[in-house]
Design a protein around this ligand. Structure first.
Ligand SMILES: Cc1cc2nc3c(=O)[nH]c(=O)nc-3n(C[C@H](O)[C@H](O)[C@H](O)COP(=O)(O)OP(=O)(O)OC[C@H]3O[C@@H](n4cnc5c(N)ncnc54)[C@H](O)[C@@H]3O)c2cc1C
Length: 409
């Protein structure tokens, strides 16, 4: 790697901006390009407790995020349960989150290409430790190349094979004016994905995701609009968005080469998104941290092993069980229906759900925890059934009261 040239980061989303900040703080010369800089990237913006613990400056962001403590799960048949999350999900507007991360990078000393224009990298050439990056403004040289250009990473095919449609989700959504304190997740029949409503500090991000090829974006949009209308949301003043989301199969994760000679991919560029939940922010930040750490230690190739241990092991497991989660059966019912009814009936199961939403319950020890809590879950389920035989046993649970209108100005 030639020390004469800086490290170039293509993409200033969460992955690129954090990598830049860490590298510059470690004394490296870094240049970062983003064609839009801080922007409202289509996203829910939900950050888990695990992410906030790992990156406390995000927990301190105060008014930039909306800490949400209550969640409503809705099964495909319409069973609803609301529960309290012990660790709130911090929901950010992406404009605010990206702005905050880019500002930290700039303050750490990263040359964020903003002075004259936002710079879009249009061409990358070179090899190993000597890269040439072309933007409409000028040409740059770089000793190391970090690709953080997101799911639509235009340079992926120069380094890896393109992402096939079977490894992608399509999403459609709206940024809706208004405020709420309730996060909602609606699972759907025949769609590998879900509808979400994520309330932010001054608006709501509501969207829908489904596997590419399974349903068209137009159909997803229609389903979402109908659901929003039925659930009391009004689209006056709302802004539509749509984007792709990596959702890798297990075999794709198995063969992923996230780095090579003089280059690495981080975040969505590398496909580091949980194929069940669509969570990508934590993995974007974590992969950036691991990659920057390996570079600062002078052992860039260590990124491969660190990523495997810290990120890919979890994501591979999620990919393996994703199909079973969305279309499997358990005890004579669909996994999704059963999950919602157990959340309604059992405090032990609600604790588990709360930890899953906090990101502190991983997939690796999920099965053993399920076995451990099974007796309590069964006993609590039975007690709940006997206690409330005359009501809809899967309705509101967890001891909280909620307004019926999810958007309260
Ligand atoms: C609809 C939707 C909802 C989501 N909700 C959540 C959620 O609630 N929680 C969660 O954890 N994850 C969520 N995700 C995933 C999350 O958005 C991504 O995982 C995250 O943005 C990845 O960060 P990144 O930095 O890798 O990429 P990005 O955030 O996509 O950043 C890439 C950057 O690269 C720039 N760029 C691209 N090409 C070039 C170029 N040629 N030159 C210069 N710059 C370039 C872009 O402008 C962009 O700023 C969601 C995704 C979608 C699509």
């Amino acid at each position: 790697m030639s020390a004469r040239h800086p490290i170039a980061i293509v993409g200033g989303g969460p992955a690129g901006a954090l990598a830049g900040a860490l590298l510059a703080a470690g004394g490296r010369d870094v240049v970062l390009f983003d064609e839009k800089l801080a922007w409202e990237k289509p996203c829910g913006g939900g950050l888990t407790h695990k992410a906030l613990q790992q990156y406390p400056f995000l927990a301190d962001a105060g008014s930039e995020s909306n800490p949400v403590e209550h969640c409503e799960l809705i099964s495909p048949s319409g069973q609803r349960v609301r529960f309290h999350m012990q660790y709130p999900v911090a929901i950010f507007s992406r404009l605010a989150l990206n702005g905050l991360l880019l500002e930290r990078a700039r303050r750490a000393g990263v040359d964020v290409r903003v002075d004259v224009h936002k710079e879009c990298v249009t061409r990358i050439a070179g090899t190993g430790g000597d890269w040439q990056l072309v933007t409409p403004q000028r040409e740059y040289r770089a000793s190391y190349l970090m690709l953080a250009a997101g799911a639509r990473n235009p340079f992926r095919s120069q380094f890896l094979s393109p992402i096939p449609p079977s490894d992608l989700m399509v999403t459609a959504g709206y940024f809706i004016p208004g405020r709420s304190s309730l996060m909602q997740i609606q699972f759907l029949k025949g769609i590998t994905g879900y509808i979400w409503v994520f309330p932010r500090a001054d608006h709501v991000s509501a969207g829908i995701a489904g596997k590419m090829g399974e349903t068209s974006t137009a159909e997803l949009r229609r389903i979402l609009e109908q659901w929003l209308e039925e659930n009391g949301f009004h689209l006056d003043g709302a802004r539509f968005y749509s984007h792709i989301l990596p959702s890798f199969r297990a075999q794709t994760f198995e063969t992923l080469e996230a780095c090579g000679e003089g280059w690495a991919m981080i975040g969505d560029s590398a496909g580091l998104v949980d194929p069940i939940t669509g969570e990508g922010l934590y993995y974007a930040l974590r992969s950036a941290e691991l990659c920057a750490g390996a570079l600062l230690a002078g052992r860039p190739d260590d990124y491969r092993a660190l990523l495997e241990e810290e990120v890919l092991a979890e994501l591979k497991l999620a990919a393996r069980v994703s199909q079973r989660f969305y279309s499997g059966q358990i005890f004579g019912d669909s996994v999704l229906e059963r999950m919602v009814s157990l959340t309604a009936q059992s405090a032990s199961f609600r604790d588990l759900m709360s930890d899953l939403f906090a990101g502190i319950q991983g997939y690796r020890d999920l099965r053993s925890r399920l076995y451990r809590i099974l007796p309590s879950v069964m006993a609590e389920g039975l007690a709940e059934t006997l206690r409330r035989p005359w009501t809809n046993r899967s309705s509101n649970s967890g001891g909280s009261e909620f307004a019926t209108d999810p958007i309260a100005e």
